[in-house]
Design a protein around this ligand. Structure first.
Ligand code: SAM
Length: 341
């Protein structure tokens, strides 16, 4: 159970800092510094914690936004200036209470472990070309491929019903490839992009002004119930276990408005090219080689089981990986599912 958030209150520090409160307590106007803080100090914006309280964090697994999303009481306490930050709360109280920082940490999540390592290695390999490192991190081998991939994603979003004014959530936004395409095409609306890996999110934020990107380390969508017109996930479920896909899918359903759209891409066992890829992976495994991250191959029927039978999404369209009716010259490269809540 959570402690009352004002456990951050430091009586001695508060009285030391505010001479007028000290005097008022001395005169008996307030019974204590805490009494002053609760009755008026908080509303006046006074600080209840010592000024040397740590507010930043050097812990790569801790993410402030994820922690505040998971713990609404801490979020409120930080808004009310009772705690300087979620991290300060976690260090002093939350850790001992066993509060979650999001289950996707390097210890527990293959994606956190693998993508953290991959991104670090790419930045080190391309010290003078961050854009190339950021393109390679999400699977494009050049700036041109990154651009073209974004164009294809934009075309798919249009096919899925993207329109100006919508609230759109880019799950696994990576370094911002799709957001860059949205900006190029002048799309206007409310965009939020989430990813596990901080350097990717930082790069996206720095290079795509006007778009909101954040780190999110929970299998959830950081949006209130029934508030999103569209959620899309390009090349995410291609890298997750089925359990993880199911968790994300269930929360996407919660966050979508009735009639809202979900679009995502997958590697499928229905595509000869993907089966070839799987076979080459199997040979590599036999030699003891490990791919940089997990690749998941799904059949059309397993996608239907999860999204339609289990979660009740309604299929709008299934586009095979090599279908050239939406994307010319070879198709999208992955199969695309478009669903409606
Ligand atoms: C192939 S990249 C695609 C990025 C982006 N959607 C695009 O198409 O440019 C896969 C992305 O998924 C992110 N990712 C992997 N596992 C994740 C998870 N469990 N939750 C959120 N993002 C994840 C990675 O950090 C990476 O940015």
């Amino acid at each position: 159970m959570s402690a009352h958030p004002d456990t951050a209150f430091d009586e001695a520090a508060y009285l030391r800092r505010y001479a007028d409160v000290r005097a008022a307590v001395h005169k008996g106007v307030f019974s204590s510094g805490r009494d002053h803080f609760l009755r008026c100090g908080r509303a006046e914006g006074r600080q209840a914690w010592p000024l040397d309280e740590p507010v930043d964090n050097g812990d790569e697994d801790f993410d402030e936004g994820t922690y505040l999303w998971l713990h609404a009481d801490v979020r409120r306490a930080v808004e009310e200036k009772i705690w300087p930050s979620g991290h300060a709360h976690f260090l002093k109280v939350g850790k001992a209470e066993g509060r979650s920082i999001g289950v996707q940490t390097r210890e527990t999540s293959h994606a956190m472990r693998d993508y953290t390592r991959l991104v670090r290695e790419l930045i080190a390999t391309h010290p003078d070309d961050l854009a190339l490192a950021m393109a390679k991190a999400i699977g494009s081998q050049s700036a041109e491929e990154y651009y073209l991939g974004g164009e294809h994603q934009y075309a798919m979003l249009q096919r899925a019903g993207l329109a100006d004014g919508q609230a759109v959530y880019d799950l696994a936004c990576g370094s911002g490839r799709t957001a860059a395409a949205l900006a190029r095409h002048g799309w206007q609306g409310s965009y939020r992009g989430a990813d596990l890996i901080r350097p990717l999110v930082d790069y996206a934020s720095a290079t795509k002004p006007g778009f909101e990107f954040f780190v999110h380390r929970d299998y959830s969508i950081r949006a209130a119930d029934a508030t999103l017109d569209m959620v899309y996930a390009w090349s995410l479920f291609t890298h997750l276990q089925l359990e993880e896909i199911l968790l994300y899918a269930a929360d996407i359903r919660r966050a979508l408005k009735p009639g809202g759209v979900l679009a995502f891409s997958v590697l499928t066992l229905d595509s000869p090219a993907h089966v070839d890829l799987l076979l080459s992976r199997a040979l590599a495994f036999k030699k003891g080689e490990r791919p940089p991250h997990l690749d998941t191959f799904l059949a059309r029927t397993s996608v239907a089981s999860i999204f339609e039978t289990v979660l009740g999404f309604k299929l709008v369209e299934w586009i095979e990986a090599d279908d050239t009716s939406v994307i010319a010259h070879g198709g999208f490269g992955q199969a695309v599912a478009i669903y409606r809540k």
